[in-house]
Design a protein around this ligand. Structure first.
Ligand SMILES: [Zn+2]
Length: 84
C-alpha cells in the first residue's frame, strides 16, 4: 500500500497530474476529494497535500467536539453539585 505504478495519473476529477500516492477510495472520499471512477485512489503531490490538510482538519474538529462535550458535562456535574 502506498506504492504506485509509474505514470499513474491522479484520480481526482479534472486533475491530470502524475500521482505520487495511492490510497483507498473511501479514505480519500472522506476527506472530501472528488474522484473519478477508479478502483483505487491515486493522488498527485498537490492533492495529497490537500488530502492531508483535510484529514488534519477532521482530527482537529473531532478533538474540539470532545473538549466541548467534556466541558458541557463537567459544568453540568458542577451545577448538579450546587443544587444539592
Ligand atoms: Zn491531482
Amino acid at each position: 500500500m502506498g506504492k504506485i505504478e509509474k505514470g499513474e495519473k491522479c484520480s481526482v476529477e479534472g486533475c491530470n497530474n502524475t500521482a505520487v500516492r495511492s490510497l483507498s477510495k473511501n479514505t480519500v472520499a472522506k476527506a472530501g476529494l472528488k474522484l473519478r471512477d477508479t478502483r483505487r485512489a491515486y493522488l498527485c503531490q498537490e492533492h495529497y497535500k490537500e488530502f492531508k490538510k483535510q484529514t488534519k482538519a477532521d482530527r482537529k474538529l473531532e478533538s474540539m467536539r470532545w473538549s466541548t462535550f467534556g466541558g458541557k458535562s463537567s459544568s453540568y456535574v458542577s451545577k448538579g453539585a450546587g443544587y444539592e
